[in-house]
Design a protein around this ligand. Structure first.
Ligand SMILES: C[S@@+](CC[C@H](N)C(=O)[O-])C[C@H]1O[C@@H](n2cnc3c(N)ncnc32)[C@H](O)[C@@H]1O
Length: 282
């Protein structure tokens, strides 16, 4: 059955959610932020709980009650087991389903939501935070991360571009995650969009045209997008804390030389990977 348009989701298989326990710097930064914000009176909601790790950190930081929400029943089963292994089953409760179907009996002092992805494109950070603002948070409640900034850069990446070509077989070019060694920047990265998760005015769509001055001779294969998020005050999340960049391939690689200009248009609705359109003109 096709999902209604308002119900976009990015469910994680449980083994993938558990593998995120390896992102120690990411978890440490959330722990620091939660220790600063949680009080013994706090009710905390964790949207996209996965293994349950951020809910458990909130409970360990002293929260009176935590609700862990995830659309994946396998993730919730795993997180439930972890809660009892850690003696936290009395303070952490679970909701299996889409975040937009979760309406708590009381509003939360703090919502933690980690559905970040490299351009806020694939995962549900932006719509989930918007739901949290409208339906989950108390007036004056806090939401972490607080904000995110997205940048893009034109790149050379023969390997990532070539993924779609097998001997005598061709595939449609779609966004792909890439590592830092998979591409070379051909210009300085430019800021694409800022999201302020705690504001009703934060953008729900992106549509921007940007110009780049090519600084490196090479072959233009597409764009790479990445982000930096602010958890709280001086605690920031960077790509190296656990994320991969996103590569947006163009149809026809184009040779470029230093000093040339490239105009880029990028349009998408965060959380709806099928909405993305990108265009590059040399
Ligand atoms: C990046 S993982 C984060 C897991 C965990 N919070 C952590 O920090 O390790 C995002 C989680 O969000 C869940 N998710 C994705 N779309 C969702 C939706 N629409 N409603 C509820 N949960 C969702 C996924 O199943 C996944 O477990």
């Amino acid at each position: 059955m096709a999902m209604p348009k308002s119900k976009y989701a990015t469910p994680f298989p449980v083994l993938h959610a558990a593998s995120l326990l390896d992102h120690r710097s990411r978890i440490h930064k959330f722990d620091e932020a939660l220790k600063q914000l949680v009080t013994p009176n706090s009710y905390v909601i964790d949207l996209g709980t996965g293994s349950g790790v951020l809910s458990f950190l909130a409970a360990r930081a002293g929260a009176r009650k935590v609700t862990a929400v995830d659309i994946s029943p396998e993730c919730i089963d795993y997180a439930r087991k972890a809660a009892s292994m850690n003696g936290l089953e009395d303070r952490v409760e679970f909701f299996v389903g889409h975040f937009s179907d979760f309406r708590p009996t009381e509003r939360a002092d703090l919502v933690v939501c980690e559905m970040l992805s490299s351009m806020m494109l694939i995962e549900q950070q932006v719509p989930a935070c918007s739901h949290a603002l409208k339906h989950l948070l108390k007036k004056g409640g806090r939401l972490i991360p607080e904000s995110a900034e997205v940048w893009i850069v034109p790149v050379e990446s023969p390997a990532a571009w070539g993924r779609f070509e097998l001997p005598e077989l061709h595939f449609p070019r779609v966004p792909q995650t890439v590592g830092l060694d998979d591409f070379k920047d051909l210009a300085a990265a430019r800021h694409l969009v800022s999201f302020d998760f705690g504001s009703h005015r934060s953008p729900q769509t992106v549509d921007r045209e940007l110009s780049f001055d090519i600084s490196e001779q090479g072959t233009l294969h597409g764009l790479v997008g990445f982000f930096k998020a602010k958890l709280l005050d001086d605690i920031a999340l960077h790509m190296e804390d656990g994320w991969r960049d996103i590569f947006l391939p163009i149809e026809t690689p184009t040779k470029v030389v230093s000093g040339e200009g490239v105009t880029v248009r990028v349009r998408y609705t965060p959380g709806r990977v099928d909405s993305i359109l990108w265009e590059l003109k040399v």
